[in-house]
Write a protein that binds this ligand. Sequence first.
Ligand SMILES: Nc1nc2c(ncn2[C@@H]2O[C@H](COP(=O)(O)OP(=O)(O)OP(=O)(O)O)[C@@H](O)[C@H]2O)c(=O)[nH]1
Ligand SMILES: [Zn+2]
Length: 288
Amino acid sequence: MARGIIIQSLSGFYDVLMDEKVYRCKGRGLFRNKKISPLVGDVVQFDPEEGYLLTVEERSNELVRPPIANIDQAIVVVSAVEPGFNSRLLDRFLVLIESKMINPVIVISKQDQVTASEDIDRYRRVYEQAGYEVILTDPGNEEALTRVKDLFKNKTTVIAGQSGVGKSTLLNALQSSLFLETGEISRSLGRGKHTTRRVELFSINGGLVADTPGFSSLDFDPVTSVSLAECFPEMREYAPDCKFRGCIHDREPKCAVKQAVRDGNIHEFRYGHYIEFLHEIQNRKPRY
Ligand SMILES: Nc1nc2c(ncn2[C@@H]2O[C@H](COP(=O)(O)OP(=O)(O)OP(=O)(O)O)[C@@H](O)[C@H]2O)c(=O)[nH]1
Ligand SMILES: [Zn+2]
């Protein structure tokens, strides 16, 4: 019996990667009966001679859009300009990624077009202080591209970020064999065209990367008001010192998180976004 990772699925067939070879397999009635639908990223046991999937191993996580399982890492791309740096949107991506137990890394693109570099530098420091790895890139910066490339080793990675921030451009610069389409940003609409569609995992520097943007949906469905603070690494550090158990760091007295904001150890805009997201979650309509 052999063990591999599904890197592509197309109309009933699954391409399974094992030892740098791809085996085209069929699912089996077994899966349909058990209502298991194999996903790209699934670790499977399979029969390489007959070309059949046998079992799907338990997933560490899964996304619905794009449909992909067992993601270790998400590279969140935000651009410094066009579209301009948006910390609220970045924080939304970070919360969703953290809530799926995926490790986020922040890439700030288009550094070659930056005029007010001190602003971007200030953001870099805030996010580094919060506990994130931050890499400033542009297609000509070999040193930064090498840092990004080194992230992929032995991991399954998705690239996330708003349209037009340069996700395809970054992947192209990393591995020209990926040949992703890049679209000129549509200035009139202020957003790029969606040019990346399929879900497929590509080998890159000893790991796998999805060629489609991760997290096309940005609502906080699986996040509760109690679990939200755990999606902010700098809050995880202070929350155990809050006076009240179950403190959600909003109106409670003797809150260690709010104290850390006053002391300047947690950045104010990060806390502000936390409160915004908290109220959004508290006000969401229950679903029946
Ligand atoms: N000057 C400069 N332009 C960049 C950089 N990165 C991307 N661009 C340009 O920005 C535009 C959008 O880049 P894409 O790579 O298509 O963006 P994307 O995030 O893949 O967009 P979607 O496919 O819509 O999600 C293209 O015109 C790129 O040439 C950069 O670092 N510097
Ligand atoms: Zn608190």
